[in-house]
Design a protein around this ligand. Structure first.
Ligand SMILES: [Zn+2]
Length: 262
């Protein structure tokens, strides 16, 4: 079940299932931050043209919702790869970010953070071994099956049993809006030959795919049994979420975080 929380001036979405396990997490709407248009207002990315000062202020407010200190953060440089990083300490903010699209940690003093604007955000949690994760699956990450890579690393690095992992798929471009050209369609056909009917979205004369279902199937195939999908389309709801397509590229990125802090 999805919960919508308003705290201070911020508004964010949560999975009740993660809350029940005591996991601090949120998918933050664009409301309540300090950035001006077209990044209004809770923009989390400096790569889109917003100032560093604004982004730091927005990040601080996001962390404040959970009583977390910004110095606990680990964030990467999201490049549409299937690369997973296992993190055991916060990022030294003087160091450069590492190219990766999935972050995992078994440390409660590390807060994992990623940025989105139509791509699929997915949270992971191993409730037995206490390992938190987040990954970024645009269409490229989806066809590269980053979900399988992230779960594979939870198994290999930490010894997770996928049956103990819960997953939550957050707000992103929905099947009603994710239209692609033939070259992209060909990559989906190659990556998901057996479940094409399930991931094609019905439309008589456009090629549409369902990224939520493609990511859900990838996780299920990796052995994850409890997968929740928020089913919130960022393009349909661009008043609430930064949407690259909805705003024709001139927009910000919204924040997603997860932490196992008490
Ligand atoms: Zn939509």
């Amino acid at each position: 079940m999805t919960l919508i929380i308003e705290r201070n001036s911020l508004k964010y979405y949560q999975f009740e299932s993660f809350n029940q396990l005591g996991i601090k997490h949120g998918f933050f709407t664009r409301h309540g931050g300090v950035s001006p248009a077209p990044f209004n207002s809770l923009n989390m990315a400096t790569t889109v043209g917003d100032t560093n000062e604004n982004v730091i202020e927005n990040l601080t407010w996001m962390f404040d919702c959970f009583g977390l200190d910004l110095s606990s953060r680990y964030d990467g440089w999201q490049v549409h790869s299937a690369t997973t990083i296992c993190v055991d300490r916060p990022r030294d903010v003087r160091s450069r970010t590492i190219r990766c699209d999935a972050l995992l940690t078994d440390k409660a003093d590390v807060t994992l953070v990623m940025r989105f604007g139509d791509c699929v955000p997915v949270l992971l949690y191993d409730r037995k071994l206490r390992i938190a994760g987040v990954y970024h699956a645009g269409w490229m990450g989806t066809v590269k099956k980053i979900g399988a890579a992230a779960v594979g690393n939870m198994t290999k690095v930490y010894g997770s049993d996928p049956a103990n992992i819960i997953a939550g798929i957050g707000p992103s471009i929905g099947p009603d809006h994710f239209e692609v050209k033939q070259d992209v369609a060909d990559q989906f056909i190659k990556a998901f030959p057996k479940v094409l009917d399930q991931i094609r979205a019905d439309h008589p004369d456009k090629i549409m795919f369902n990224l939520w279902e493609a990511n859900r199937l990838t996780l299920a195939d990796a052995g994850v049994r409890e997968i929740e999908v928020m089913e919130v389309c960022t393009v349909c709801n661009k008043q609430d979420w930064f949407s690259h397509r909805g705003d024709q590229g001139k927009t910000g990125r919204f924040g997603v975080l997860i932490s196992m802090a008490e």
